[in-house]
Design a protein around this ligand. Structure first.
Ligand SMILES: C[S@@+](CC[C@H](N)C(=O)[O-])C[C@H]1O[C@@H](n2cnc3c(N)ncnc32)[C@H](O)[C@@H]1O
Length: 410
């Protein structure tokens, strides 16, 4: 076990915020939007190291490795970030039967098998459960099958719940009356019908990939639950002013997390295959070249968001991609296809530099995610819970893989 897996929540948060704070210029600003000033914030030695890498080296950098001879300060920073984001793993799996797994995506099966095994030993005293943002209720249905709990699955999406009811009707040998779908939006503040579902020593409150603020709503509502399990996601949908920091400790060690930083926190990713990396590089090359073109041709417009193009357009020539975007933006650059393509090739050294800045900036993503989750964990600890943070899912299948588990210390 390395040092990172044995630290207290407080020590880990202190160390992470201390490490991240000096680099806020990098993680809190969009590179393309603020180019070229944004690029100037990256130490020249980091950039010339990154520029020395071939495509395989870039792919390894993207995976958090530092091939070749990285500058010493970058090397120590990345090693420390790696150590501080190394949470212990939950290893168990409770296999679904073929019948129960049928029709579910590989991701969903993977998640449910691990969540069931995580819950099993921690729920001896639990009889009832609530799932906030339960969607189609797959987890709820399989918890009823496995643990025989009474289960309320709440979601604001009625269509998803209707599909969930179909799944429930088709399920064999299940006490169907134990699973109840509630169509409602869970909000902060008192909700007379919903709030009692989150309270009681025999109740577990579950949120599997609660987007943005919904995680905080779950935490606030579940202060009297026997057990709480939350996986966060979509941190950029949080209300930064209200939802971070929320713990006393977090407030004393707060980082200036803006929307850009919250978005970066959603981008901690698994190691990409060669094909995935090549595609990401291609998409970025097209986007960055267009960004530079727009800036040059239409300086008065400031930063223009070009939006996502249909996927096939990224694979073709720059001219075809750029025409599609310019048309959507109702802009005429007055350039032929040959001129557009020649602009793209002449801009390559600059678009590569932009890309390398992104690879370097992404090194902060997982650490920022952990700062948000540690703050939530500390809030629960301050409320008297015993708290664990564990990695549960294979990042390749489900990258937002950190479970926040809180139980009443009695
Ligand atoms: C990322 S999905 C997760 C769904 C499910 N837990 C799963 O893992 O498949 C988030 C779900 O939360 C629901 N949701 C978001 N905000 C909500 C709110 N305020 N109240 C109830 N449901 C909400 C969405 O409709 C969506 O189904």
């Amino acid at each position: 076990m390395d040092i990172g897996t044995r630290m207290t929540l407080q020590d880990r948060l202190n160390a992470l915020t201390g490490l991240l704070r000096p680099w806020s210029e990098l993680w809190s600003r969009s590179i393309l939007q603020n180019w070229p000033e944004s690029g100037a914030a990256y130490p020249e030695s980091w950039l010339s190291y990154a520029e020395s890498l071939d495509e395989e080296g870039e792919r390894r950098l993207d995976a958090g490795e530092l091939p070749g001879e990285p500058p010493r300060p970058l090397h120590s920073l990345v090693l420390e970030l790696r150590e501080l984001t190394a949470l212990p793993w939950h290893e168990g799996v409770q296999r679904l039967t073929t019948a129960d797994a049928q029709g579910l995506s590989a991701k969903k099966v993977h998640e449910i098998e691990r969540v069931l095994s995580l819950l099993g030993p921690r729920t001896k005293a639990i009889r009832q459960a609530v799932d906030i943002g339960g969607g189609m209720g797959h987890l709820a249905r399989l918890c009823v099958r496995t643990f025989d709990w009474t289960f309320h699955s709440i979601d604001r999406d009625a269509a998803l719940q209707e599909k969930g009811r179909d799944w429930l009707r088709r399920a064999r040998a299940l006490p169907r009356e134990k699973l109840c779908f509630i169509h409602s939006s869970v909000e902060d503040g008192p909700q007379g019908e919903l709030d009692p579902l989150f309270s009681g020593q025999d109740r577990v409150s579950i949120g599997l990939h609660t987007c943005g603020s919904l995680a905080l709503t779950q935490l606030r509502k579940s202060q009297k639950a026997g057990l709480l399990l939350n996986f966060g996601c979509c941190y950029d949908q949080m209300d930064a002013a209200r939802d971070y920091p929320v713990s006393r400790w977090g407030k004393a060690h707060a980082l200036p997390l803006n929307r850009r930083a919250l978005f970066l926190a959603t981008r901690g990713r698994h190691q990409k295959t060669e094909a995935e990396f090549a595609l990401m590089k291609r998409v970025n090359a097209q986007r960055f070249a267009l960004g530079l073109l727009l800036r040059r041709k239409f300086p008065a417009l400031g930063f223009v968001r070009a939006g996502d193009a249909p996927k096939t357009l990224y694979a073709g020539s720059f001219a075809v991609y750029a025409r599609d975007r310019l048309e959507r933006l109702r802009l005429d650059a007055g350039m032929t296809d040959a001129e557009l393509n020649s602009f793209e090739s002449s801009a390559r050294p600059e678009t590569r530099r932009l890309f390398l800045c992104h690879l370097l900036r992404d090194r902060f993503a997982r650490a920022l995610e952990l700062v948000i989750l540690l703050d939530r964990a500390l809030l629960l600890e301050e409320l008297g819970f015993q708290v664990e943070l564990l990695q549960v899912f294979e990042p390749r299948l489900s990258p937002r893989n950190i479970a926040l588990i809180a139980s009443r210390a009695d």
